[in-house]
Every structure is written in C-alpha cells, then in structure tokens.
Design a protein around this ligand. Structure first.
Ligand code: SAH
Ligand code: F3S
Length: 436
C-alpha cells in the first residue's frame, strides 16, 4: 500500500525545487502519495528556509504542533537550509525529529528516511550531476536548477553557509532536462540559481567560453519551449551582452530581478555587494532603454548595521528612480555564520521597522499607479492554473498575474488578454482574438 507524504516548503523557488526532488526521489524507492492532511501522513517533511530568523523560530514551534497531531508511528524529517546550518542540534532541541537532511543532500533522502536520527548535512556534497526523476508540481511550468550554492560573501547572508560552494550544472544535462519537461507539457522554464548570470565559469576556457548568455541562447533553440524565466541574476554580472540577449531574445520573458539590497554605496560596500548605487542605476537605466516593456523587481534590506537616515534616503532615491514593478523588502535579520551579525552597529529594530513601513508605503503608491495604467492594455498570458468559480490564472510575459473566466481548455495556452479590471496584486481580463 502506498505511504502518505506531507511536505511543507518554506522559502524560495530553490526550496520548492528541492521539495520536488525529494518527492521524486522517495517515489523512486517506495510508493508515496502526497497528502495535505497532516493527521494521515506516514512521513512529514518540513523543508526549511534560514535566510531570516523568523522561519527558524517557526520551525521549532511547528515541530511541536506536528508531533502532537501526527498519527502514531509517523516520522518527521527536517530538510533544507536550516537543516544545513543547525544539523544535529535540531534533534537535540526537538527529539521528535527522526532525520535531518541538508539543502545540498537531497539525493540522500531515501537513505536517511529509514535510519533513526540520521543527519546528512554536508555542504561539500556535490549532487549537480545526480539524475533525479522527473516530478513537477505543475508540469506546465518547469523549474530547473542551473547551479547550486553561492560563491559570493554578502556579509548579511547565510546562504553560502547552508548551500555551499557555487557549482554550475553541465549544459548538456540542463538541455536534456528541459527537453524532457517540454515533452511532458511545459511551455515555460524557470532557471534557478543564487547568481544565475554567473553561470558556467568552471566550463569556460579561452577557446570555448561558457556563460549564462550562451546558455540562454542554447535553451531558446529547444522546440516547443516558448518562455524562459530565471532567478536570481546578480547586478554585478549584468554585462551588456547579457542585457542585450535579454532584450532581443523573444523567448526570454521580459521580467528581470535586479536585487538592490541597499541604495547607499557606503552600505553596499559593507554588505560586500560589489556594485555602487551608480552602477546599479546604470544597469536599470540600460534595461529601461533597450527593453521598455520589461518589468524590474528587486530585494531590499532595511536596517543593515550602521544604516543611517541618510543611507536609507539613498535607498528611497533608487526606489523613485527605478520605480520597481515588484519589491521584496525585509528588515535586516542577524544570521549565524555571517560577518554582519558581529558588527557592533546594529540598528534599533523599531527604527528599522519605521523605515520598512516608509519604503513599503511608497512602493505601494508606485505599484498602484503602474497597475492602474494597465487598464485596456493587451498582454500575452500563459494559462497555468485552474481556480475555483470557473476562473483560470496565468502570467503575462512581463510577469503580471492574470485572472480570466475560463476552464480547462485554456490550460497550457498562451493567448492575448485585454485588461478589464486592475488591482494592486493582479489583473482581470478577457481573452481576445487579435483582430478585436
Ligand atoms: N542570491 C540572491 C539572494 C538570496 S537570499 C541575490 O543576490 O539576490 C534572498 C533575499 O533575502 C536577499 O536578496 C535579501 O534581500 C534577503 N536576505 C538575505 N539575508 C538577509 C538577512 N540577514 N536579513 C534580511 N534579509 C535578508
Ligand atoms: Fe546571499 Fe549574496 Fe549569495 S545575498 S545567496 S551571498 S549573492
């Protein structure tokens, strides 16, 4: 009889892809079906994020709750980034946990699941060429890891400690995986990595260079693949060739994440981001110039140690200059294994909170203006999810979320849609024929 698996995924797209790999790998050895009812699960996995402190605190309270609710004999496993950095300490603090599996050890899930208190968290482990079975939460949109780990050393960030050294996955394997997902119905691929546009250094020689721009070119030759997205690129590696490929390649969706973190050059230096405010604005201006229809999203941290009111004003200045279509903003959270956590200039959390509110309030105004201007506009939308009440959702090429009335027959189609109603988070529209 098939066992039931309950898996909760916290954090970024990479964690979501790791969960798909976990499901695929478990099903290779034993029969598992997914459940969303915790009480009926034989195996409960929490796939964690540790980029900020909140999800870590949530983990321990959740283990307690899950342990009370689970059926007798059900196992609890902790996977992902928090597993990587806390390792065996998780079992010490929460003995109800049966195993701990690091973010870079996913292929070992079948080994650890049947061992009491197994801990596999090595960040030196290399599973870049491991062949996982094909499992996709949504077969219409394939997430594909193109590199793992991160070689940067942003002083606030725990990721290099949880995901280890950056290693690119050979392009032949990537092309194979994408072709397979296209054969299974995907028209869109999302390429994942901590610094996607730093791809390929390890395969590059003077005679045969290998970089992200070339990878994009190779991937776009795949027949049947209509859309390519990627996250996250790093501003430091946004050279002209890459931006020109982004602008001119019709298969590349016109949505780009340009993570700012701070608008103050002084703070950027202390964050060790490798660019200045001027470099950042120059890259965004280039995107706006060569690809006016592109949307730009960003990540901003407020209250990094030593951030003064003047530094924060510089961040607000960049917000005004670029008018990001999407903003992910966070209060700085001191993390273990990071340099910035040691700084003696920590900003008062109330001050950081006030800055965050100011930033988000201004962004909301900008976003409202951007979205209201969409009324009557026409976008091509890839319909990828059925919704209740005879509705279907999808994304426009530039990443906007759309809802239209419609049913299954629209699923997997890319069609022109006219915007009939706008709101801050999504657009409503109707499918049109282009003569309309
Ligand atoms: N490689 C990605 C970042 C991955 S972490 C990049 O360069 O953009 C995702 C986001 O979490 C970061 O962009 C940052 O904005 C936020 N973040 C990371 N560490 C943080 C910390 N200590 N406190 C608050 N936010 C943090
Ligand atoms: Fe983190 Fe900086 Fe890498 S934000 S993931 S260390 S690029």
């Amino acid at each position: 009889m098939s066992k039931k698996l309950f898996i909760e995924t916290l954090g970024c797209a990479m964690n979501m892809r790791d969960s798909e790999h976990i499901i695929a790998e478990l099903s290779r050895k034993e029969s598992y079906t997914l459940t969303t009812t915790l009480e009926e699960a034989d195996l409960i996995i929490i796939n964690t994020c540790s980029v900020r402190e909140k999800p870590v605190a949530k983990l321990f309270s959740e283990i307690g709750v899950f342990n009370k609710r689970k059926k007798a004999g059900a196992k609890i496993g902790v996977a992902g980034c928090t597993a990587s950095h806390l390792g065996a300490e998780i079992i010490k603090r929460a003995p109800a946990v049966d195993f701990v599996l690091g973010a870079r050890n996913v292929s070992k899930i079948s080994e650890v699941v049947n061992q009491k208190h197994a801990v596999e968290v090595s960040t030196a482990f290399d599973e870049t060429t491991y062949s996982f079975e094909e499992y996709r939460t949504n077969p219409l949109k394939a997430m594909v890891n193109i590199s793992i780990g991160c070689n940067k050393s942003c002083t606030f960030c725990i990721v290099p400690a949880t995901r280890g050294e950056e290693i690119s996955i050979p392009s032949e394997l990537l092309l194979q995986e994408i072709r397979k997902s296209v054969a299974n119905g995907a028209k869109e691929v999302m390429l994942l990595g901590q610094n996607v546009n730093d791809y390929g250094k390890r395969f590059s020689t003077e005679q045969t260079p290998c970089n992200f721009t070339q990878l994009l070119q190779q991937i776009s030759t795949i027949e049947g693949l209509e859309r390519i997205r990627f996250t996250s690129p790093h501003p430091l590696h946004m050279d002209d060739a890459f931006l020109e490929e982004f602008a001119s390649n019709p298969k590349i969706c016109k949505q780009i994440h340009v993570p700012l973190q701070s608008g103050s050059t002084r703070i950027l230096k202390q964050m060790r981001r490798g660019y200045t405010q001027e470099n950042f604005l120059n890259r965004c201006a280039k995107i706006r110039r060569i690809c006016p229809k592109a949307t730009i999203s960003t990540d901003i941290i407020v209250g990094f140690p030593g951030e003064s009111e003047e530094d924060f004003d510089e961040t607000m200045k960049v917000l005004e200059a670029v008018r990001f279509e999407q903003l992910f903003s966070f209060k700085y959270s001191p993390r273990p294994h990071t340099e910035a956590a040691q700084y003696t200039t920590q900003v008062d959390t109330k001050v950081a909170g006030t800055r965050l509110t100011r930033l988000q309030a201004r962004h909301t105004e900008i976003l409202d203006e951007i979205m209201e201007a969409q009324l009557g506009e026409i976008h091509t939308v890839y319909f990828d999810e059925l919704k209740p009440n005879n509705r279907i959702s999808g994304r426009s090429d530039d990443g906007k979320l759309f809802f239209v009335e419609g049913s299954e027959e629209l699923l997997g189609q890319i069609l022109p849609v006219k915007v009939t109603k706008t709101s801050r988070g999504a657009l409503n529209g109707v499918v049109i024929t282009l003569e309309d």
